[in-house]
Design a binder for this molecule. Sequence first.
Ligand code: HEC
Ligand code: HEC
Ligand code: HEC
Length: 132
Amino acid sequence: MYNGGKIIFGLIIFLAIVTFPFYSNLGGSAKKAMPSLDTPEIYALATKECVRSGEYMKKEHMKVLDEWRDEVVREGKREKISVGGTELEKSLQNGCMHCHSNKEQFCTECHKYAGIDPYCWDCHFDRGEGRL
Ligand code: HEC
Ligand code: HEC
Ligand code: HEC
């Protein structure tokens, strides 16, 4: 005579042990990127806004940079834009980095997490940190 209950109990324990690494990861043990918007320039804005909506920028900011580059470099359209009550150039250094003056805690914070290293800084300067 064997005990079916014991076998089933044993199987449950076995399954629990072999699947533990999967469900214990569900909560996301990896640290999330926490880009900081805490800069004196953003603090000073009349309204806390980016050049497009925050949601759009989160996913598509590289498109805006491409558009600006094309407009400025290929089409010579250098007219300023107005964001959050401030007049700015369509520029990586003088536009984006004016407000996001904390490159390490903002751009790099996310990019490190995503495992990318944009080559823009080979030529463009950020503010204060020099060539990186
Ligand atoms: C006038 C100041 C200002 C300028 C210029 C500016 N930003 Fe922003 N940016 C902000 C603010 C404020 C937010 C938060 C907006 C929100 O949450 O709605 C933001 C949000 C973002 C986000 C989303 C961050 C997140 O965690 O969701 C990204 C990415 C970003 N900006 C990149 C850029 C890039 C790239 C440029 C240049 C093309 C740029 N920003 C220009 C002020 C600025
Ligand atoms: C909320 C996180 C986040 C923030 C903040 C952020 N980035 Fe990004 N960025 C990403 C991700 C993720 C990618 C890769 C997206 C992809 O490949 O689709 C990326 C890609 C890029 C690219 C394209 C690089 C390539 O090799 O294709 C550029 C340029 C860029 N970011 C510039 C910036 C600048 C400048 C800032 C700061 C003003 C910034 N980003 C802030 C998450 C972020
Ligand atoms: C080989 C050098 C080089 C690299 C690498 C480079 N750029 Fe540029 N970029 C330039 C030059 C030169 C200009 C023209 C500056 C001007 O006329 O004001 C320019 C202009 C721009 C402009 C418009 C004006 C300004 O001052 O920002 C944007 C936006 C821009 N680049 C974004 C980028 C982004 C984003 C990357 C990385 C994905 C990048 N660039 C990589 C050399 C470079």
